[in-house]
Design a protein around this ligand. Structure first.
Ligand SMILES: Cc1cc2nc3c(=O)[nH]c(=O)nc-3n(C[C@H](O)[C@H](O)[C@H](O)COP(=O)(O)O)c2cc1C
Ligand SMILES: [Mn+2]
Length: 493
């Protein structure tokens, strides 16, 4: 069977509760700013995910916040979502995700009467977004958001390829919302363009509160044409149960809490944002496509889910640090390149890659990661370090940058697609949709000979500056010297 015991969000929430990773909040909270401020503080203090049981104006709803956000250790709740020990280290999680993504599982279709997400079906005027406790998250945001921890389901009108992506969706009024479809690399924007060229409305389903691995599938940076649905099945070890929408032929996770069926009419755009984003800054994009709601279905007493993006860590950085790293390492492996490790630190997509340098290797890695339609570096840049550097440890990485990177080995790559959410873009960058990225080669050059290395590069730490004999002697006598257990003080855990 699958890797996890839960089948849906509720089952996962129960498991979090049993493990002390969930805080039921019985005090009344306001969807207007209070839930947002509290969940951000919870992220910053790395506290258990909250389950709000008493939301002002919304007595029949519950809300789960920052479910896969930062915990203690950082990836504790993500590890639990994957069905593994919550202490599992990030590099091990990357290996687990890598293997599971290599074994996708097709979804299983079910009928409406087997689908909890159809317990309540609201159409016409009853399909009202304001009947859901959509939070106004940050005071610096432009409005209420219905979609933050969501799955946006759309279908390519030519090939029938179904795409899942997590995109932010802002409430415009009772029956319309704006979707942030970033044009550059994300799949949603590309598919919408096809509908618009055909002059056809695009059906869209906004899924809220699916099981956590379906959400991970939607966040995973898969290539064009690959199925996030099957990837989610791979992550679960069991195909996701899908049911057909009421008003389109899109299919959605049958066990989800809430499904909003809508349509994007060609040419209809609306002001979206601004929104406090994963870069730790507010991001304003401007005009976005407008989706018109046709139907809302949900479970009885549904649990609304929300993310809280912000200065690291957040619900993007925690899962993406594992997913982006896993997909990048798999892609390199597909091209015959084995790296020791790679890791995307918050706010992510800036990868640290550890390699055993040989001439031409980093150029090859760059061309693989930056080829195709998806840039892994769509953010800031990439750091190469030697294999002795722990890519998950920023102190280690900074040590390598400041001692092993000759300033001449800092390179700037120009005219790459710009992610409009990145704060440092110049007004010209934003207009041209292009920007630059950096490459740091924080490794000693492969062509230095042994004598030169011996003279200038031997590491002065416990593991390298003494023979094994002396190390063993000191380790064996550690407690005899009067010292106790050592606490883990790593920044990334
Ligand atoms: C909470 C959250 C919110 C996100 N919001 C957006 C968004 O508004 N627009 C976007 O393009 N990507 C957003 N992302 C990132 C995408 O989900 C991610 O890049 C995914 O791979 C996109 O799917 P796609 O490759 O099929 O387009 C968000 C991710 C998370 C976790
Ligand atoms: Mn995709």
């Amino acid at each position: 069977m699958g890797y996890v015991r839960y089948t849906d969000l509720r089952g996962f929430v129960n498991e979090l509760g049993e493990a002390g990773e969930l805080q039921p909040v019985r005090a009344q909270v306001d969807w207007n700013l209070e839930v947002g401020a509290l969940t951000r503080l919870i992220c910053e203090r790395r506290q258990p995910a909250p389950l709000f049981e008493n939301i002002k104006d919304y007595p029949s709803y519950r809300m789960a916040g920052v479910l896969l956000g930062p915990g203690r250790p950082l990836h504790a709740r993500l590890a639990m979502a994957l069905g593994v020990d919550k202490e599992t280290l990030p590099l091990e999680l990357i290996e687990i995700v890598r293997q599971r993504l290599r074994a996708p599982k097709e979804p299983v279709k079910v009928e409406r009467n087997e689908a909890p997400c159809k317990e309540v079906i609201l159409q016409g005027d009853d399909a009202n977004l304001l009947s859901l406790p959509c939070p106004w998250i940050k005071e610096i945001d432009g409005g209420r958001y219905v979609g933050t921890w969501d799955i946006v389901v759309i279908k390519d009108p030519e090939t029938g390829w179904v795409n899942w992506g997590t995109y932010r969706c802002m409430v415009k009024d009772e029956q319309s919302f704006a979707v942030l479809l970033i044009p550059a690399e994300q799949h949603g924007g590309g598919i919408l363009r096809k509908y618009q060229a055909m002059g056809k409305p695009m059906p869209i389903a906004l899924v809220i509160g699916a099981d956590p691995l379906s959400h991970l599938g939607a966040i995973a940076p898969l290539d064009h044409g690959m199925s996030e649905v099957a990837a989610a099945g791979g992550l679960r070890g069991e195909g996701v149960r899908l049911v057909r929408c009421e008003t389109s032929d899109l299919e959605v996770p049958a066990d989800a809490e809430i499904v909003i069926e809508a349509e994007i009419v060609p040419g209809e755009v609306t002001e979206e944002g601004p929104f406090g984003e994963y870069t730790g800054h507010r991001a304003h994009h401007g005009l976005s496509p407008l989706a018109r709601v046709k139907c809302i279905t949900h479970r009885q007493n549904p649990i609304f889910t929300m993310a809280n993006m912000g200065k690291p860590w957040d619900d993007w950085a925690v899962p993406a640090s594992i997913l982006v790293s896993a997909v990048a390492k798999n892609r390199l492996e597909d091209h015959g390149i084995r790296i020791k490790a790679c890791y995307g630190h918050a706010p992510v997509t800036t990868l640290v890659v550890s390699v055993n340098p040989r001439p031409g290797l980093t150029k090859k890695i760059l061309s693989i990661l930056m080829s195709g339609e998806r840039l892994f570096l769509a953010g800031t840049g990439i750091v190469f370090v030697d294999e002795d550097v722990d890519v998950t440890n920023l102190e280690d990485v900074w040590w390598a940058i400041t001692t092993r990177m000759h300033p001449d080995r800092f390179e700037v790559l120009r005219d790459l697609p710009a992610n409009p959410l990145i704060p440092y873009l110049t007004p010209e960058d934003r207009q041209r949709h292009v920007t630059s990225q950096w490459v740091m080669e924080a490794t000693f050059p492969a062509d230095w000979d042994a004598t030169y290395r011996e003279a200038h590069t031997v590491v002065a730490d416990f593991a390298h500056a003494w023979s094994e004999k002396v190390q063993r002697q000191v380790l064996d006598r550690w407690t005899e010297y009067g010292y106790g257990e050592i606490e883990d003080d790593s920044m990334t855990r």
